[in-house]
Write a protein that binds this ligand. Structure first.
Ligand SMILES: [Zn+2]
Length: 270
């Protein structure tokens, strides 16, 4: 049942064509005794990779597990997901990242690549065992305290320097914590009108400015999580123009929604 003729899909958005699958592998001619799948009107793409998922296991299996997250990913066309480290216990040791990696293997639907914490317990005070996670069975290459910012510049520098040994990446949740104490929504006209405490764009941009400079200074790889301001994009563009190894991601809600939607005080839109 692993022979298929998928007909009518637009390959990479181009002309519709037939795709042949023999024994589960794409082939250049029609296989014998194939099942036919009509994909007219659909677009065929390579497997997608999600750099930023929260599979919540271990610790919050009531919300999500590696298996349920894997199922959702596979259904959405993803073949690989990176699982953030803010689990309970935190994925800050070789033991925890190997557990997540094994659960992904057992689910067997997509590649589950654990992300390791940068600091012990996401507390921002001392570096986690980055090397032990990198050499574990999970072969961790991306490290992040996502949910928390690595706000100490010395720790951030050390982390960036440390991961160079195995070509790793530090993924930063860019939020200057002193500028967002008590913040409820984006700072601007709307927050002022509603009387809600504002989260200024500069809280994100100040950390990105600092960290692209650090990454350039020590020639290491930096990734910025969930970029949400135009100023951040300008800073990242500037860093790239310098040849510094900086990448970034954006979320659907930051592209599609604005703070005007908070007008009705519906907390969903914060
Ligand atoms: Zn985050």
């Amino acid at each position: 049942m692993n022979n298929w003729i998928i007909s009518g899909a637009s390959v990479l958005g181009g002309e519709p064509a037939d795709i042949f699958v023999r024994d589960g592998v794409i082939a250049d001619s029609a296989p014998d005794s194939a099942q036919r799948l009509d994909a007219t009107g659909l677009i065929a793409l390579p497997g997608l990779v999600d750099l930023h998922t929260h599979l919540r296991e271990p610790g919050r299996e009531d919300a999500e597990t590696v298996e349920t997250g894997s199922r959702a990913a596979a259904l959405g066309g993803y073949t690989a997901v990176c699982a953030m480290a803010n689990t309970d216990p935190v994925a800050d040791t070789a033991g925890v990242v190997e557990q997540v990696w094994r659960l992904g293997k057992d689910a067997g639907l997509v590649d589950v690549q654990p992300i390791g914490a940068v600091t012990v317990g996401l507390a921002g005070e001392r570096l986690a065992e980055l090397g032990a996670m990198a050499t574990s069975a999970a072969r961790v290459r991306v490290f992040s305290d996502d949910g928390h910012c690595v706000h100490d510049p010395v720790l951030m520098r050390r982390a960036l320097e440390y991961v160079k040994a195995f070509d790793g990446v530090i993924a930063q949740h860019a939020e200057e914590p002193r500028l967002t104490v008590g913040a409820q929504m984006n700072e601007g006209d709307t927050s002022a009108r509603l009387g809600l405490a504002g989260w200024p764009a500069v809280a994100e941009e100040a950390i990105i400015a600092r960290d692209v400079l650090l990454a350039g200074h020590v020639n290491s790889r930096l990734h910025i999580c969930h970029v949400s301001t135009a100023g951040s994009v300008e800073l990242i563009r500037w860093a790239k123009s310098k040849g510094w190894r900086v990448t970034a991601e954006v979320t659907p809600h930051h592209l599609l929604l604005t703070d005007d939607l908070v007008e009705g005080y519906d907390p969903v839109f914060r």
